[in-house]
Design a protein around this ligand. Structure first.
Ligand code: ATP
Length: 263
């Protein structure tokens, strides 16, 4: 890669593979992601999308290949260090503290981010605590969740819980935000809200979104990657992918593809 091109690159994956026993789930995938890119990842069930995310976040270690983040190799860096360094994910499954309020969940994330997790309240730290509350309030206002700030997470609807999860991801101030099916299981209204929220995220956040709702992902991404059978099948502009017959084929089968467009 040329020097000036390298400056724009935030993530570079080189020939990464993942085997589970004898099964090769990710097959020698290479990918270069530029700062601020919004990438949609689609592909049929079992294609390896979540496994690929797990390799980027360090929740799984690859069997082969290398991962570089901001020019440094992170292939074997533990997941929490990657999160601290700015690679943040939201999960398909709920990972909030259900007994606590939305505000408390947010404060815990902010505390950790500011390295205040082990600092008990003392008058001399009052300013820092105040700043923490102000930041939480600002985030809740900005993302339209102030109304539910004092609700316990367990009392929220599924869609609201997913919105809170995304807010916690944003609160980490990610450089790279990985979203795994952010609208799964949501009503149409909730889906629209999340899609809008994601569209409004700061442009400098690099975003990769696994999403089955094609309207959402095509409305958001400026680059689409189709993962199929553990490999990158197509990597291109949304309109290119949308009109590619092979993509229709892997989604709905060869015969139907001749007559109908799934995308
Ligand atoms: N820990 C594991 N051990 C063994 N096999 C696994 C493991 N994790 C995932 N797999 C297998 O790897 C394949 C890819 O799974 P993955 O969840 O990455 O696919 P996906 O594209 O995200 O699918 P979906 O769209 O259904 O979420 C599946 O066949 C799955 O059963």
């Amino acid at each position: 890669m040329r020097k000036e091109a390298e400056k724009d690159v935030i993530l570079h994956v080189e020939g990464i593979s993942k085997h589970f026993g004898g099964l090769q789930i990710i097959k020698h995938v290479s990918l270069t992601v530029k700062k601020g890119e919004r990438i949609g990842i689609i592909g049929p069930n079992g294609a390896g999308k979540t496994t690929f995310f797990n390799l980027l976040t360090g929740d799984l270690l690859p069997t082969g290949g290398k991962i570089y983040y901001k020019g440094k190799e992170i292939t074997r860096m533990p997941n929490f260090r990657r999160a601290q360094a700015g690679i943040v994910r939201t999960f398909q499954k709920n990972n909030l503290l259900n007994e606590l309020t939305v505000l408390d969940n947010l404060l815990l994330v902010l505390q950790r981010k500011r390295g205040m997790a082990n600092i008990w309240f003392k008058p001399r730290n009052a300013r820092r605590w105040l700043a923490l509350f102000e930041e939480a309030e600002h985030l809740l206002q900005t993302w339209g969740l102030a109304d539910i700030a004092n609700e316990r997470v367990k009392t929220l609807s599924y869609g609201e819980q997913r919105q809170v999860e995304i807010l916690l991801g944003i609160a980490m101030e990610p450089d790279v935000l990985l979203l795994d099916e952010p609208t799964a299981g949501m009503s149409q209204a909730e889906t629209n809200y999340i899609a809008e929220l994601l569209r409004q995220l700061p442009k400098d956040i690099t975003m990769m979104v696994i999403e089955h709702d094609l309207d959402v992902v095509f409305g958001l991404a400026e680059r689409m990657i189709v993962l199929y059978n553990g490999s990158i099948f197509i990597d291109g502009a949304p309109e290119e992918v949308r009109s590619d017959e092979r993509v229709n084929e892997i989604y709905i089968g060869k015969e139907k593809a001749a007559g109908a467009s799934y995308l």
